[in-house]
Design a protein around this ligand. Structure first.
Ligand code: 13P
Length: 282
């Protein structure tokens, strides 16, 4: 069943667990994630970046792919198709029209006033259509960062004003995590996380979930994190398995066999993460 994230993350907040956003890259990836989460009987958020959107053939292709896979595979768990780091109102509008059930508007590269203005525009459009909205305050850096501007920690008063004025459903404040591999240990500001949780009182999202230690993830959930975004980690375990396959089987040339050789590793990583997050079906 395709849903938005409102009830899903409200239940996570009330019951102190988190739901994973796994980013999708292609048909196989989407199938692996749907099947692993169905086997565990937990809800899942399929994150689609703008890069993945283009790679996979646009929003309509993504929506029909997910819908038809769910139908064919008899997927009965709640599934969200969520735009990851939407860069403008127009992109959010386009994916909503195509059938996405949730969007993230990331206007964090602008100053707070402009971030609020753009986010409000998306919230107004999305709410009328029963679509949930996530937004970012501060700036989560990392390998995808074009400007390599690094982390700009969120300010708790900015977060308060942001939530009050935009009525966004979920907030992704920059708390020390980064996208892509960590260089050194992740340093998360848990005090700030708790303060933002208490002051905003909406489900919080932690980006850059790959490479954060298990104990840090558990603590983050105690401090208000209801959604954890994971992309790099699945790509890494898949790439490792495929490299091994190609190294050990010099005869293989069927792309289905090559891509599928990463299936078990991806599914194992997904299931471990679900257990760690304590995700449940409410
Ligand atoms: P990682 O690639 O570091 O797991 O981050 C994913 C993410 O935050 C997507 O928004």
């Amino acid at each position: 069943m395709l849903v938005n994230m409102v009830k899903m993350l409200q239940a996570a907040k009330e019951n102190k667990y988190a739901v994973a956003q796994f980013n999708i890259n292609n048909l196989e990836w989407t199938r692996f994630i749907l099947e692993a989460c169905q086997e565990e009987d937990v809800p899942v958020i399929l994150g689609v970046s703008e890069g993945a959107l283009k790679y996979m053939g646009g929003p309509k292709t993504v929506v029909s792919l997910v819908k038809n896979l769910m139908d064919y595979l008899k997927i009965s768990i709640p599934v969200v198709i969520h735009l990851d780091h939407g860069s403008s109102f127009d992109v959010c509008k386009e994916v909503i029209e195509a059938g996405f059930t949730s969007v993230m508007i990331d206007a964090s590269k602008y100053d707070l006033d402009k971030n609020i203005e753009i986010t409000k525009q998306v919230v107004d459009y999305a709410k009328k259509r029963n679509i949930s909205v996530e937004a970012e305050v501060g700036h989560i850096g990392g390998s995808e960062d074009e400007n390599n501007s690094g982390i700009l920690y969120a300010d708790k008063d900015d977060c308060y004003r942001f939530c009050l004025e935009t009525h966004v459903d979920f907030l992704a404040p920059a708390l020390g995590s980064v996208h892509g591999p960590y260089h050194g240990d992740p340093v998360l500001n848990f005090d700030l996380m708790e303060q933002i949780r208490d002051i905003c009182n909406i489900p919080l999202v932690l980006h850059g979930g790959s490479g954060i230690y298990d104990e840090q993830i558990k603590k983050a959930i105690e401090c208000g994190i209801c959604k954890l975004n994971i992309n790099t980690e699945l790509q890494q375990v898949w790439a490792k398995a495929v490299r091994e396959k190609l190294a050990n089987d010099k005869e293989v040339y069927d792309p289905r066999k090559i891509i599928k050789s990463g299936e078990d590793s991806i599914k194992k990583a997904i299931k471990e993460k679900i257990i760690l997050l304590g995700t449940r079906h409410m």
